[in-house]
Design a binder for this molecule. Sequence first.
Ligand SMILES: [Mg+2]
Length: 234
Amino acid sequence: MAHSVCLFDIDGTLLDTGGAGLAAMQAALQSEFGVRLEEGRIPTAGRTDRAIVLDMMACFGIPESDETLSRFTAAYLQHLRMTLHQRRGLVLPGVPELLRRLHEHPHVHVGLLTGNFREGARLKLEHYGLYHYFQFGGFGDRARDRNDVAREALVEVHRHLDGKVSLERIWVVGDTPADVECGRAIGARVIAVGTGIVPNSQVQAAGPDFFFKSFADPTDVLRLVLPDGMDGNY
Ligand SMILES: [Mg+2]
């Protein structure tokens, strides 16, 4: 039987952290550099953490160097542990069932394609009890451009599966036009979901192969992604 791969975005697709990520970045700017960033000044949806952090630092004239970046990142991860507890977030509807059913299928492989720093992704997913589903992925530590994260994720897919999967069976799943574009950039198929902050019309206009308002009923997604559709007992 053919293998299928699903590469998931995190924020707005699997989780709504209640703003814990941005709050932790604001706290890191404050504690490390003594500056205060108002909400909404730097766009975050669909972008990599590296791009967001570099924009934030540029905004305050903080010089970009390995030293300032690693100070920021260490402080961010420290604050994120707290903001995840402070903010009231949630796992988006249907996501636990979707992940469970993908995970239990022997020919489906579930990974990440996220703009989060690798360690930030782990903290967010562990907080909400979802981390164990993900075996590999592409992350936002080095790339400014999400398309490069997609390329990194694709390399990991082929490494994980020893090249035994074709592009038409690789699905990128996300909530922003940038998710759709990065899926296209690697020739994968794209499922978009309308549970993020970008208006549904904008996400649909980016041209995903399929669009769902939410995963509250994951049946149709499973039918698309499972190599044997909904046959068998999966
Ligand atoms: Mg997202």
